[in-house]
Design a protein around this ligand. Structure first.
Ligand code: CO8
Length: 373
């Protein structure tokens, strides 16, 4: 029987970043502009004045200190508050393709492999910059891979669901090796004028190489002990952007065409669901929480991660047990848990067990238990 292993990971981090103070300054300038432009309606009581944001709130409520973004200037312009990413011609690589290629190259290098060793590319992320041709096929061509490629989207759980698809392809023999790549440009779908969520997201791209165990060096990478996927419908995280929007002009430009969420409800409903999913998965693998050396959790909210880790372990987790990259990257949707894995896996020793777990819109949860070879 063919066994799949994770043999390499890669990360592309956009060079530009925005810290909380810079983001809040731009937001508060927008608030002042809005309130002065609508002073009469506000004075009449027809309109509520907008409230300013605060860096102290952001860090306390989320653990986020800054975020990397594809474009800073457009976001920080209080009259624009949207990244400025000019459309490219069809002959140029797309932004997502460029990010993906950089991350894939690092994953291949880490595994000591070339594009010739790979048969498939899965681009798995929350937002795709076009419908077709698939960004994955563009990445396949840019890397020079002879095989197949496709895009998929399960919001924050895209990378772990993609990992499951890659494992299936390798273990059923349809590919020798698969790259799962998550170019997340979350700033493109974030409403920077919404005080409740303007600080939540950042941009980044991760890549994971999944290969046949027999093609890897003895002791290299991580064996995959099991994957568990769960979805449960919820309206608490929604984005109504879609190709039918143009068929009903009244909706174009409405806030629900961007990311919206009931953050408190998400926190309360998803945290126990994630802890239970991990616990059940461990039990099904005859493992106990004490067997876990590390948890690479989805990076949406620090308090949420601490609560989940506590529920799983029955005690507080150290940052060594549940590492955090939120402070630097904010929520990068499906890339988050993989960034944590990429940055905090080198010190694991032979036999150490860990879980990569994503959770988010859908709701969706993807949990992957792995063991250092
Ligand atoms: N500055 C100052 N004060 C603020 C601000 C602000 N920016 N925002 C809110 N407040 C105030 C509120 O007005 C409220 O005041 P009051 O108590 O007087 O009413 C108070 O702060 C508390 O507000 P909240 O209850 O909203 O604050 P929380 O403590 O719940 O924190 C969070 C808000 C951080 C959003 C938190 O609820 C959270 O992180 N929840 C989990 C969310 C989560 O995990 N979501 C996952 C979504 S990601 C996903 O699935 C991927 C989707 C695809 C990506 C698309 C890319 C864009």
């Amino acid at each position: 029987m063919i066994k799949a292993v994770i043999s390499g990971t890669g990360l592309y981090t956009p060079p530009a970043s925005i810290d909380n103070d810079e983001l809040v300054e731009a937001f508060n300038q927008y608030v002042e502009l809005f309130n002065s432009e609508h002073a009469e309606e506000i004075a009449r009581g027809d309109l509520e004045p907008l409230q300013p944001s605060s860096s102290a709130f952001i860090e306390k409520a989320s653990g986020i200190k800054r975020r990397h973004v594809v474009d800073r200037e457009g976001i920080l312009d209080p009259k624009r508050m949207v990244p400025s990413i000019p459309e490219r011609s069809n002959d140029e690589p797309s932004v997502q393709c460029e990010m993906a290629v950089a991350a894939c190259k690092e994953a291949l290098e880490q595994a000591g492999k070339t594009a010739g060793d790979v048969d498939a590319v899965i681009v798995a992320c929350s937002n795709l910059q076009r419908a077709y041709p698939a960004v994955a096929i563009e990445v396949q061509q840019a890397l020079g891979i002879d095989g197949f490629a496709y895009d998929m989207n399960v919001a924050c759980s895209s990378a772990t669901f993609g990992l499951q698809a890659a494992v299936n392809s390798v273990e059923n023999g349809s590919a020798r090796a698969v790259l799962v790549v998550s170019p997340e440009i979350c700033s493109g779908h974030l409403n920077f004028r919404d005080r409740d969520s303007h600080f939540i997201f950042g941009d980044a791209c991760t890549a994971i190489l999944v290969e046949r165990e027999e093609d890897t060096a003895e002791g290299a990478g991580f064996e995959i002990l099991g994957t568990r996927l769960k979805t449960q419908f919820s309206n608490n995280i929604r984005n109504n952007f879609g190709f039918l929007n143009r068929a009903d002009e009244s909706g174009i430009g409405q806030p629900d065409k961007l990311f919206i969420q009931q953050g408190r409800k998400v926190f309360k409903e998803v945290s126990p669901l994630v802890a239970e999913t991990i616990q059940k998965q461990l039990a099904s693998l005859s493992l106990s929480p004490d067997d876990l050396r590390r948890m690479w959790l989805h990076q949406a909210n620090l308090n949420m991660n601490q609560l989940i880790a506590r529920r799983v372990l029955g005690r507080d987790a150290t940052t060594d047990e549940a590492p955090v990259i939120l402070d630097e990257y904010a929520n990068t949707s499906s890339a988050g848990s993989i960034i944590a894995f990429h940055k905090f896996k080198a010190d694991l020793e032979h036999g150490d067990i860990g879980v990569i777990c994503s959770f988010g819109a859908g709701y969706s949860i993807g949990s992957v238990v792995i063991r250092r070879r």
